[in-house]
Ligand binder design. Structure first.
Ligand SMILES: C[S@@+](CC[C@H](N)C(=O)[O-])C[C@H]1O[C@@H](n2cnc3c(N)ncnc32)[C@H](O)[C@@H]1O
Length: 272
């Protein structure tokens, strides 16, 4: 049972209510018919903290005044930069190449997973693990249902990325599971690279764009057992993203490979 969460619909419509009931069943929380009530009224009446809203083509979750939903804009921007010849720090830290398999242990918004899925190409694959049932459901739905609109007159680089994103999405498998559980059961050397991007120990170091995720996400640090298992599961390297100067790199045995005084974040790697 998922505590503190309800599912409702953006408006009162039978088709939406059916989808809402299905999602509530999947999440293990109550479905509440909207009956024209505002979110504030629903919160007062049901006393929950997270409201998942089923819309015509979108799922979102409201928590503490923030709305969480899937949007590919950051992935789109990063991939456009890569196609223009710029470096992507995550892709560099993971040393991503065509055909690679990537285990993303902290899916979150799905941005890194989508960038990785695009860059590994048709022979590659990405598995994204997410501990929060709401985040996993919303991102999985968003990845599967987002319409990457292509129209004449688009910037050619943008058009190229948009044209490739539906195939990239199809290479991502989302699983609602704690990474420690998945890693402990995964065969040795079953992914080329394993990636951790946990909620930072000091939230100030991650950007304001993380705010909608903060109330839904699992805030725990990566543990040593997970890192040890990740080193067994990875064929080439395990990468951790954390705040600049974070003691997590040393605690977990990562060598910082990408940082710099102008960046709030750094990447550490363990070669295996
Ligand atoms: C900082 S976000 C990741 C952002 C992501 N890299 C992106 O590009 O959108 C961290 C996510 O990892 C999830 N998470 C934290 N600990 C986890 C665990 N032990 N297993 C699976 N997911 C976890 C959190 O719930 C959160 O959604």
């Amino acid at each position: 049972m998922l505590p503190d969460t309800i599912v409702t619909t953006v408006k009162d419509k039978p088709g939406l209510a059916q989808s809402g009931e299905r999602l509530a069943l999947e999440l293990g929380c109550p479905f509440v018919a909207r009956q024209d009530r505002s979110l504030q009224v629903l919160e007062r009446e049901y006393g929950h903290k997270v409201t998942v809203i089923v819309g015509e083509r979108r799922l979102s979750a409201w928590f503490g005044g923030w709305e969480f939903f899937f949007h590919p804009s950051m992935a789109l921007l990063r991939l456009m930069n890569v196609l223009k010849g710029e470096k992507d720090r995550m892709a560099d830290a993971l040393q991503l190449q065509k055909g690679m398999s990537v285990l993303d242990c902290t899916l979150g918004f799905g941005t890194d997973a989508l960038v990785a899925a695009f860059l590994v190409g048709p022979e590659g694959k990405v598995v994204g693990l997410e501990a929060s049932p709401v985040v996993a459901s919303l991102v999985s739905y968003g990845l599967g249902n987002y319409r990457f609109g292509l129209h004449p007159g688009l910037d050619p680089v943008k058009a190229k990325v948009l044209a490739g994103l539906p195939q990239a999405v199809a290479r991502i498998r989302v699983l609602n599971v704690q990474h420690r559980n998945f890693l402990s059961q995964a065969p040795s050397k079953s992914f080329d690279v394993v990636y951790f991007d946990p909620m930072f120990r000091r939230p100030r170091e991650d950007s304001a764009s993380m705010a909608p995720l903060r109330g839904l996400a699992l805030p725990d640090p990566v543990d040593e057992v997970s890192v040890r298992e990740a080193c067994r599961v990875a064929r080439t390297r395990v990468v951790l993203k954390e705040g600049r100067y974070s003691p997590e790199f040393e605690r977990l045995g990562f060598r910082v490979v990408s940082g710099g005084k102008y960046s709030e974040v750094a990447y550490g790697a363990i070669e295996v």
